[in-house]
Design a protein around this ligand. Sequence first.
Ligand SMILES: [Zn+2]
Length: 138
Amino acid sequence: MNRKDQRCPCLSGDIYLACCARFHSGAALPSTAEWLMRSRYSAFACGDTKYLLNSWHPFTRPKRLELDEGISWRRLDIVRTERGGLLDKEGVVEFIAHYRENGIAAQQHEVSRFLKTDHRWYYLDAGPDNSAEQSMAV
Ligand SMILES: [Zn+2]
C-alpha cells in the first residue's frame, strides 16, 4: 500500500501527497497554526517522529519521542482556532483526535498552543484548559 496516493490522515479531502506530505518532507512550511496542527496529527498517524520533534518548539521539545504502536489514529476534528493566522505570532487550536487503542475507541481533546518563531509555526504545549480527563470518560 502506498500512503502517498491515499487520503491524507488529516482528512482535508486531498490525497496525502498533495496535503501533509509536503510539510513532512520539508518542501513547504504550514502557514497557519491550524495547518501545523493538521500536519502534526498526520505525522502521528504516519509515525513520523522526526517531523513531530522538528515542529515542536525548542522551549518544550522532548529529547525523544516514542509513539505507541497500539494506537491507530482515525479522525481529527478541529473544534476552534484562535489567531494562528498568517500575520499572527501565536495561536490556539482546540481539537478532538479520535483513535483506537488496542481496538478500543477513545479520543484526545486538547487545546494546543502554537508559537511562530523565525516565520515558522511550532507546537508549544497543551493549554491550561486542557480537558483530557473529560475525554477519558467517553
Ligand atoms: Zn493532510
